[in-house]
Design a protein around this ligand. Structure first.
Ligand code: WTA
Length: 697
């Protein structure tokens, strides 16, 4: 299924220099290793296992699983019987065994140019051990869930690794989510502790994070659940505590002090966050850290102990707590990072994702640290203070491997080449993308303009559920086709099925599925194993169903065509239509809502919402603004609708099912509706076309 020889036409090849020292230097080597990974997985992964520290070794098969619902419960187990600690492997092992203690783990670059910090592996280990002791002092034990709601600061990495060190399960909630979303996630995972910060800036916009976190905690209380403690990092507030109130302890960053820079920020007229303080629940990060010991023996965890939960949108509207476990995730993120970015010891690697998403978990924290890499951790935006910011940072730190999202590339493309050419970017060697299909035009711009035609582009397809890359080029080995995620990573066996579940051979298009697990795939939906089986394994027994459509071309290359379930991908973030619809119908004016995606030149897809109002309510701009605000409050700014259309009637089948296929066509003004014979009342369609929202909002 993978061709013996790589195609020679219509492809881009890596430059010879990159091939010389590459881990996988040619297509032939890729093919050989791939065959070994599927024919002899124990041998293949055995070589990877040797790089890590195991307190006790595993006995038996490397992977044990059942992928077929008709044969019993779905399960995936990797290295059963082994014990280890992922925090030990990504920190202590690097400091003590690999002598990387003085190496920089992170260059932190703040929202404001000039705000920066560095932290070495040794310093990071000390911070993590101290914070692990802080967690213990707050009563956190192995298996307990801890919610983390923080901006992109080094302390976010400290918090997650400290959880991993003591065997607690972190549940990171992206700091752009609303109080309601945070509350829902805390309740679902029954977290007893929340870690947050006072606030942060996104560009010139202040986010009052503690205020939102408090709102979430109140919502939890209203639903009879109390978080016992909330640890707050002072990221912005300085000593005087500004609005923090008399109960609030003095600020001192555990990392080198930023107070001078903070003073500048205040001078420039940037306000400080509002920090409500409840002494019964709130505790200060810095005060706790001051008294904490630097000695903390790691908790030796079983391979299949949970490592973290990360929520991702579900088609019912209720987010799913995707659960990953220790050993398999560690091996998989470490190996994919090493091979997909062709990591070499002198590299400076930068992934622009937020740690609140899976990309940040796997390819800012765990994968890079497992390899002893130096990473850039960026708090800000690609367009602040100007649209050259990314390239300025690339030059400042001599970034060699750079990983971002197609939506960011399309956004920057709009400003032309000049902001890119202002900086040299000659350190760059490999470019990567993730999160959504990349259109060939954006790919070409990334390759030609950003990478000066020197750097291979690795288009990595994967999901929160897959833990790490599953379809991806290897930069020196795989000839690239712009827009294709190319071939499977080691141990991954993709297939394309038709609607009846038959496997298609050769060039074809259909459902993308996987035939067997790999070490890093999810193990369950937290607290709901039935939902795990139903969502991913019921439709086509024997396969893991990704929910994405896919085409395979004559050369065997895989091309992701986008979601084929009720999911939307806005700027690389997955949202379910049901989630947005339920936020809309909660408004008293709305009787019914239907949400579809409409193609958008920068975001990939934008949210187009049809709302049917209750009798007697009239549609106007004020109501439209309220509805948008409602969705922001319920879910977060990422879900803000771009278009809302008043829809007195919706196209429905005779059995009352909304025909979204028709709504999608209306949203993008495509008159060719296909077969609409099942439509109960076809006059609504014409009415909807007439009242379309045309202008971008
Ligand atoms: C989409 C992000 C095409 C896809 C790591 C997938 C992609 C969903 C690509 C997962 C890519 C991600 N090409 N589509 N290279 N990467 N996707 O869980 O629809 O936030 O199912 O994980 O993003 O999004 P998630």
């Amino acid at each position: 299924m993978i061709p013996d020889k790589a195609p020679k036409e219509d492809v881009f090849h890596a430059a010879g220099g990159l091939r010389k020292d590459a881990h996988v230097p040619s297509f032939e080597t890729y093919k050989e290793l791939y065959t070994k990974s599927v024919d002899s997985p124990d041998e293949f992964w055995g070589d990877v296992v040797k790089d890590f520290f195991w307190k006790t070794k595993h006995a038996g098969r490397f992977l044990d699983y059942n992928f077929d619902v008709t044969k019993g419960e779905i399960f995936i187990k990797c290295m059963e019987g082994a014990t280890t600690n992922i925090c030990y492997n990504v920190l202590d092992r690097n400091v003590h065994e690999r002598k990387l203690g003085e190496k920089i783990a992170f260059y932190w670059e703040g929202n404001e140019p000039g705000d920066d910090l560095t932290i070495t592996y040794k310093e990071l280990l000390h911070q993590v051990c101290k914070f692990a002791n802080v967690l213990k002092s707050q009563g956190v034990k192995k298996g307990d869930r801890v919610s983390i709601y923080m901006p992109m600061v080094i302390e976010l990495v400290v918090a997650m690794l400290a959880c991993a060190r003591i065997g607690a399960v972190h549940s990171i909630v992206f700091a752009g989510y609303s109080a309601e979303s945070l509350c829902e996630r805390i309740l679902d995972s029954q977290c007893t502790l929340l870690i947050t910060a006072d606030g942060f800036y996104r560009g010139d916009k202040l986010i009052n994070l503690k205020l939102i976190a408090d709102d979430a905690l109140q919502k939890c209380r209203d639903k009879s659940f109390s978080v016992l403690r909330c640890i707050m990092l002072k990221h912005l507030c300085k000593d005087e505590g500004a609005s923090a109130g008399s109960q609030s302890p003095p600020a001192k960053r555990s990392c080198p002090d930023m107070q001078e820079k903070q003073k500048d920020r205040v001078k420039k007229g940037h306000p400080l966050p509002k920090v409500p303080w409840n002494p019964e629940v709130d505790v200060c990060w810095h005060t706790l850290m001051d008294g904490a010991s630097e000695d903390c023996e790691p908790e030796w965890c079983e391979s299949e102990d949970p490592l973290f939960i990360l929520y991702t949108s579900g088609s019912t509207g209720k987010p799913k707590g995707v659960m990953h476990t220790v050993s398999g995730y560690m091996l998989y993120t470490a190996l994919t990072f090493k091979l997909v970015f062709d990591y070499q010891p002198g590299d400076v690697y930068w992934c622009t994702a937020d740690i609140g998403w899976i990309t940040g978990h796997s390819y800012i924290t765990y994968g890079p640290l497992a390899n002893g890499a130096t990473c850039v951790l960026f708090e800000g935006l690609p367009t602040y203070p100007d649209v050259s910011r990314m390239w300025e940072i690339v030059d400042k730190y001599h970034v060699t491997k750079f990983y971002t999202a197609p939506t960011a590339i399309r956004l920057l493309m709009k400003y032309g080449t000049e902001p890119v050419h202002k900086y040299k970017r000659d350190s760059l060697k490999v470019l990567g993308t993730v999160g959504e299909p990349i259109n060939p035009e954006a790919w070409q711009w990334y390759y030609n303009v950003v990478g000066d035609k020197r750097c291979p582009v690795v288009d990595t397809f994967w999901q929160t559920e897959t833990g790490g890359h599953v379809l991806t080029p290897l930069p020196a080995a795989t000839p690239m086709k712009p827009g294709s995620a190319t071939f499977p990573f080691f141990g991954v066996i993709p297939a394309i099925l038709n609607e009846s579940g038959e496997e298609l051979e050769g060039p074809s298009e259909g459902y993308l599925v996987f035939k067997q697990p790999w070490p890093g795939m999810m193990r369950t939906v937290y607290g709901n194993h039935d939902r795990f089986e139903t969502t991913y394994f019921k439709k086509f027994p024997g396969f893991y169903v990704t929910g994405d459509g896919c085409r395979r071309d004559k050369d065997g290359y895989y091309w992701i065509t986008g979601r084929i379930d009720d999911m939307l991908n806005v700027s690389g973030h997955l949202l379910s239509t049901a989630e947005v619809e339920s936020a809309l119908v909660e408004h008293e004016a709305v009787a019914e809502a239907a949400v579809v995606g409409r193609p958008h030149p920068v975001k990939g897809e934008s949210l187009y919402c049809f709302v049917t109002l209750n009798d007697g309510v009239s549609y106007n701009k004020a109501l439209e603004a309220q509805l948008k605000q409602q969705v922001r409050e319920k879910i977060g700014a990422i879900a803000t609708p771009d278009y809302i259309q008043n829809a007195p009637g919706l196209p429905k089948t005779r059995s009352g099912k909304i025909m979204r296929r028709v709504l999608r066509k209306i949203a993008s003004n495509e008159r060719d509706l296909g077969d609409i014979s099942t439509l109960a009342d076809s006059s609504v369609v014409e009415q909807l076309f007439e009242n379309r929202c045309c202008a971008a909002v």
